[in-house]
Write a protein that binds this ligand. Structure first.
Ligand code: PLP
Length: 235
């Protein structure tokens, strides 16, 4: 089987499993957006995925994302930035990122807002879609907003003319039952909607836990290896 045939097979298999998981909990599969995470893979993989109908791709490192988006500028794609974003990269990230999943601190909101205002991005693109990333652990080093700070952070995003708050994003901790972690995500989502009723989207679910994520209402799945195969080793 050629690489692209194998890729097509895995993509179809995962899409089928997403549809089945959605139907099993009486959800419309069309309400679930599949983002294929292409990190560490060359832009040729993004091209292959595009040829197979994929229109949403995810990247977690700024430099790599920036280069790949440029190499694929001729393709109609929505680029999701899903990694930690340094404030000093905010301006550059706005050049290619259509959706930022990892807004998690006031300094990043300020940096994105300032860059957006300075660069006249407001005329070119309108507000940038974003998610508030939740930290589901007690370790502040992990990145993400602690539960106690969620509504304060939401307020600062809502006040920014640069950002359009879509909802919450999370990565389930590896050492925990994903279903339990996702219950906390669903709860945070409900809490967020008390102050931002339109921010109803949930970015959650990866290769090994997307079924559980769909069960708690995930609307944006970020799936890498289950579709792309193992990532090439990279720094
Ligand atoms: C790499 C990554 C994913 C995809 O992980 P897989 O296990 O390969 O599906 C999803 N979300 C984030 C934030 C990632 O960094």
């Amino acid at each position: 089987m050629s690489d692209t045939t194998a890729l097509a097979t895995r993509l179809r298999d995962i899409t089928d499993r997403i549809d089945a998981a959605a139907r099993a909990v009486h959800r419309d599969p069309d309400d679930v957006t599949l983002i294929v995470v292409t990190k560490f893979h060359p832009s040729s993989l993004v091209r292959d995925l595009h040829a197979l109908g994929v229109r949403n791709v995810g990247e977690n490192r700024h430099q790599e994302a920036s280069a790949k988006a440029l190499e694929c500028a001729d393709l109609e794609l929505t680029w999701h930035f899903i990694g930690q974003l340094q404030s000093n990269k905010a301006r550059a990230a706005l050049e290619y990122a259509d959706v930022i999943h990892s807004v998690d601190r006031p300094s990043l909101v300020s940096a994105l807002t300032k860059a957006w205002l300075d660069e006249n991005q407001q005329c070119e693109r309108g507000p940038v879609d974003c998610f508030l990333q939740l930290n589901l652990t007690d370790d502040p080093g992990r990145g993400g907003v602690q539960a106690a700070d969620l509504l304060t952070m939401a307020q600062s995003v809502l006040e920014s003319p640069a950002l359009n708050l879509l909802g919450v994003m999370s990565v389930a901790p590896l050492d925990e039952d994903p279903a339990r972690a996702f219950d906390a995500v669903a709860e945070a989502s409900a809490r967020l909607m008390t102050v931002a009723p339109d921010a109803r989207f949930i970015s959650a679910g990866m290769s090994h836990d997307f079924v559980e994520a769909i069960a708690i209402g995930a609307t944006h799945l970020r799936i890498g290896t289950a579709i792309t195969g193992n990532r090439p080793v990279s720094g």
